[in-house]
Ligand binder design. Structure first.
Ligand SMILES: [Zn+2]
Length: 388
């Protein structure tokens, strides 16, 4: 004969070890290893959950638990609102091969009554939940990651070829604050590659044109405009307040200023460069153990050996690829996911359609980030043309 609900619950309860809320609190305080899983529905966990808990609604348990708790021998404690759903959830986990599963005797309602600490989820609006829904579906991003993106501040040096795709994708991803540094105005010859701008905005300052495009794409983004060139006397003011620098400048004086400031201010720089059909990307982040630009090139070449000042041709789509790779790196740095290009130079040859990778090593004799730095203040290198 089929069991009634009460019989089924009683039967299941007998087979699942339970744990009191006081014991959960004790384990949390003692930082004992424990994977807390909240199986309540999304609209319930929005009002808070037990600190450190992973939220996997009961209805998604079978589908999501393996990606969220890959170790089947991990000590898992399940809870819900009152202690019923977690019992059935525990039974399911055992059937999926989880060996160490307990269910809380009571649930979050009692936890709150006991005035135990709770954690609030990031508060996304309904519009944000819809806009970023494809991010929210990724366990590596989710609501917590999206909140990180919305709180992140990324500075783009240059709103040109590399800065254009980077700005658009960072804005689309919901980077909450984007700084644009560019002293130029939009020129018709830019539009072959600088997709942030438009024919209707020729003659407009690039930072203004860029702000228009970004705001139109995503009103969540706050744009901070710096209509100026990076110099030794303004670089710290411009850099301060930003978490990640995306470098799309293509001249030596700026490159060295950017490097030295980022080393001293401990900010990662996602560096991109392009020439004709070839591109390169790397992430300089000495604070995370990687090299800086001066580890590779301690000083700029003498002006007469620097690349020709004549404007170089470039395949229009090339900066699109390289700038998009830079934006990908910036997003990974903000999320703390994946392996950034620290100590690696990614090369891209668009004609042969080949990517390559070179190892970059930190130099302990580097004049800026080495053991005994010899450069401790900004150097304004002169005599180079601006190829930007
Ligand atoms: Zn260095």
């Amino acid at each position: 004969m089929a069991a009634t609900y009460t019989e089924l619950l009683d039967e299941t309860r007998k087979t699942i070890p339970t744990v009191t809320l006081e014991e959960i609190k004790r384990r949390l305080d003692a930082k004992e290893p424990m994977v807390l899983v909240d199986v309540r529905e999304k609209d319930e966990t929005r009002a808070g959950y037990i600190p450190g808990a992973i939220c996997v609604p009961r209805g998604f348990l079978e589908m999501q638990i393996e990606s969220k708790v890959p170790d089947r021998n991990a000590p898992v404690v399940l809870y819900c609102a009152g202690g019923v759903r977690s019992v059935f959830a525990a039974k399911t986990l055992r059937e999926l091969g989880y060996t160490n599963v307990e269910s809380a005797t009571l649930g979050f309602v009692r936890w709150k009554d006991l005035k135990f600490p709770i954690e609030m989820p990031p508060q996304l609006t309904d519009a944000q939940r819809e806009r970023y829904s494809r991010h929210l579906l990724l366990p590596e991003v989710g609501e917590v990651g999206q909140a990180k993106l919305l709180n992140a501040k990324v500075l783009l040096l240059g709103a040109g070829g590399l800065g254009s795709p980077a700005a658009l994708y960072l804005a689309a991803a919901g980077i909450g604050t984007i700084g644009l540094v560019d002293a130029d105005v939009v020129d018709a010859s830019n539009l072959q590659r600088q997709v942030l701008h438009a024919t209707s905005r020729v003659g407009m300052p690039k930072v203004e044109s860029g702000e228009k495009a970004i705001r139109d794409l995503n009103p969540d983004v706050n744009v901070i405009k710096f209509e100026e060139r990076v110099m030794s006397d303004n670089i710290e003011r411009i850099f301060s307040g930003f978490d990640v620098i995306v470098d799309g400048c293509d001249n030596f004086p700026t490159r060295y200023l950017v490097n030295d400031a980022s080393v001293w201010m401990k900010k990662p720089v996602v560096h991109g460069s392009i020439f004709r059909f070839d591109g390169q990307v790397t992430t300089f982040h000495p604070a995370a153990g990687g090299p800086c630009y001066r580890c590779l090139y301690p000083e700029p070449p003498p002006p007469h050996l620097a690349p020709s000042c004549q404007e170089a041709g470039v395949l229009g789509i090339l900066p699109g690829v390289v700038g998009t790779l830079q934006a990908t790196e910036a997003i990974k740095l903000v999320l703390g996911q994946g392996n950034p290009l620290i100590g690696r130079l990614l090369t891209y040859d668009s004609l042969r359609m080949k990517f390559g990778e070179l190892k970059l090593r930190r130099d302990k004799n580097c004049p800026v980030c080495g053991d005994a730095p010899t450069i401790t203040s900004y150097v304004d290198y002169e005599g180079f043309c601006n190829l930007g």
